[in-house]
Structure formats: structure tokens, C-alpha cells
Design a binder for this molecule. Structure first.
Ligand SMILES: [Zn+2]
Length: 117
């Protein structure tokens, strides 16, 4: 087995991460579901139903990519949002946090939700 230097190993892992992120963005439609922005540099993977876990307890992105691409996590649990729409959704969710679930609008981010806030 070829042993890579730590530097080469890090570079390899980074390239792999970038490739897998691109595959997931392609798999999830390649554009923001709200405004249809398609710049991969600003697209983010959103959990349709927010997960309220501290960042330390969340699944690392590389594992999440693997599970999305292999069908271990339902595709419908995720959607793509650009950074702006993702921030807007997060702000609205934080405002709604005190409300009962029945009072909260559909979690799936849609253009009409953005326009009403
Ligand atoms: Zn957007």
C-alpha cells in the first residue's frame, strides 16, 4: 500500500470532498429551490426539517454526502438553497421556534414563503 505524506493525504481528501459535494449538488437538482440560483460556490444543502443539534453532534458533511448519494438518507429530506435563501429560511425558523408545529407553515422552502416574509 502506498503511503501518502500528510500534506498529500489532506490535498487528496479535499479534492474528494469537492467532488462529492458536486455530486450531491447535481443529485439535488443543481439550483436553489427558491430563486433558482445555480452558482455551486454559493449553493448549500438544507435539511428540509431543521435539525436542532449542536454542530458538534451533527453528521460531518463527508458522511452526509455519502449517505445521500447511496440512498441511506431520503433525498426528500434535503434541498438546495443559495446562501441568501438559506439564511432567510433560518431566520424565519428561529422566529417560528416558539410556535406549535401546527402553526408553522410548510417546512419545504418555496418561493411564495419568501415573498410573504
Ligand atoms: Zn436562492
Amino acid at each position: 500500500m502506498v503511503r501518502l505524506s500528510k500534506e498529500k493525504e489532506r490535498a487528496y481528501q479535499k479534492q474528494k470532498h469537492v467532488r462529492n459535494r458536486q455530486k450531491v449538488l447535481d443529485f439535488l437538482g443543481g439550483m436553489c429551490v427558491c430563486c433558482r440560483h445555480s452558482d455551486y460556490d454559493v449553493l448549500q444543502i438544507d435539511h428540509v426539517i431543521p435539525i436542532n443539534l449542536p454542530s458538534k453532534k451533527r453528521m460531518p458533511a463527508c458522511q452526509m454526502f455519502f449517505h445521500i448519494l447511496n440512498g441511506n438518507l431520503p433525498k426528500s429530506d434535503f434541498q438546495l438553497l443559495c446562501a441568501n435563501c438559506h439564511m432567510k429560511k433560518t431566520v424565519i425558523e428561529l422566529r417560528n421556534r416558539e410556535k406549535k408545529p401546527a402553526e408553522i407553515e410548510s417546512r419545504r422552502w418555496q418561493k411564495n414563503i419568501l415573498q410573504t416574509h
